[in-house]
Design a protein around this ligand. Structure first.
Ligand code: ADE
Length: 255
C-alpha cells in the first residue's frame, strides 16, 4: 500500500506538456530551487509532476526534493533517449530494468562504473512499476499511437512498427551523437539498450532513500551523427503524445 503521492518527472517541458496541461486546472504549483512542482490529481491518483531539467545533477536534486518536500512514495521518470543496441528503432520504447552511469569512473580506487561507497554500479527499477508501464506502453503503441502521430511524421522519423523493450539504460552528462561514441559505449556496456542523461541519477537517489521507481524512455534518435537533428524533431512532434498516452493508461489502471 502506498502512502504518498506519485512523483512524475521529465527533463524537458515537451516531454510531459500534455499531462501537465491535463492536471493544471485543479493543481497548485510550488516553486523550489528553480523548479515548479505541480501538485494535483490525475485519474484519481495524487501526483507531483516536475521538470527536472537536464543532466544527472539536476535529476538528483529534483528527486531529493520530491522525496523530502513532497513525501512521494514512488517515482516514474519519462522522456526521450538515444537507441544504443542493434535492432532498436526510433519510436521504440525502452523501460529500464536496471540503470548505470556510463560516465562514472573512479578507477583505480573503485571498479569502473561503480558508485563509490555504495559498492554497486547498477540500480534496479521496481518490478511492478516497470511491468505496469511496459503493459501500458504495449497497449498504447498497438491501439492508439497510429491515431495520435500523423503518418507523415512517422514516415519522416522512420517510425515503422514501434516496440517495447525492457533492459538496461545508461545515463551520463553527455548528449551522444556520433557513431564513434556509440561504438565505445557498446563495447564498454554491451547489455545497454539506450542512453540518456538523468535516469541513473534518479535511480541512485531512490536506492539511497528506499523509494520504488521506474524509468521509461522513447527513442528519439540512434545516438549517431544524425541524433542532433532527429532529437528536436521528435521532441517537438511526438514526445508529449507518447508520455501522455502511456501514463494515462498506467494511472487509470492503478486507480
Ligand atoms: N536523449 C535523447 N537522445 C539522447 C542522446 N543521443 N544522448 C543522450 N541523451 C539523449
Amino acid at each position: 500500500m502506498t502512502s504518498g503521492p506519485l512523483g512524475i518527472v521529465a527533463a524537458l517541458h515537451e516531454e510531459i506538456a500534455d499531462l501537465l496541461a491535463e492536471m493544471a486546472p485543479g493543481a497548485r504549483v510550488e516553486h523550489i530551487g528553480m523548479r515548479d512542482y505541480h501538485v494535483g490529481t490525475l485519474h484519481g491518483q495524487d501526483c507531483v509532476i516536475v521538470l527536472a531539467r537536464i543532466g544527472k545533477v539536476a535529476a538528483a536534486a529534483t528527486t531529493t526534493a520530491l522525496i523530502h518536500r513532497f513525501g512521494v512514495s514512488e517515482i516514474v521518470f519519462t522522456g526521450l533517449a538515444g537507441g544504443l543496441a542493434h535492432g532498436l528503432a526510433v519510436g521504440d520504447m525502452v523501460i529500464a530494468d536496471t540503470l548505470v552511469q556510463h560516465d562514472l569512473d573512479a578507477s583505480p580506487l573503485f571498479p569502473r562504473f561503480e558508485v563509490p561507497l555504495l559498492g554497486r554500479a547498477t540500480f534496479d527499477t521496481d518490478p511492478s512499476l516497470r511491468e505496469a508501464l511496459a503493459q501500458a506502453a504495449r497497449d498504447w503503441l498497438s491501439e492508439a499511437m497510429p491515431n495520435h502521430v500523423a503518418p507523415e511524421v512517422r514516415s519522416e522519423l522512420r517510425m515503422t512498427s514501434p516496440r517495447v523493450h525492457i533492459g538496461q539504460i545508461a545515463s551520463g552528462d553527455q548528449f551522444i551523437s556520433s557513431a564513434r561514441e556509440v561504438a565505445r559505449l557498446r563495447e564498454a556496456l554491451p547489455q545497454t539498450l539506450a542512453v540518456e542523461m538523468e535516469g541513473a541519477a534518479v535511480a541512485q537517489i531512490c536506492h539511497e532513500y528506499g523509494v520504488p521507481f521506474a524509468v521509461m524512455r522513447t527513442l528519439s534518435d540512434s545516438a549517431d551523427d544524425a541524433a542532433h537533428v532527429d532529437f528536436p524533431r521528435f521532441l517537438r512532434d511526438v514526445a508529449s503524445v507518447y508520455s501522455h498516452g502511456i501514463l494515462t493508461r498506467f494511472l487509470q489502471r492503478r486507480s
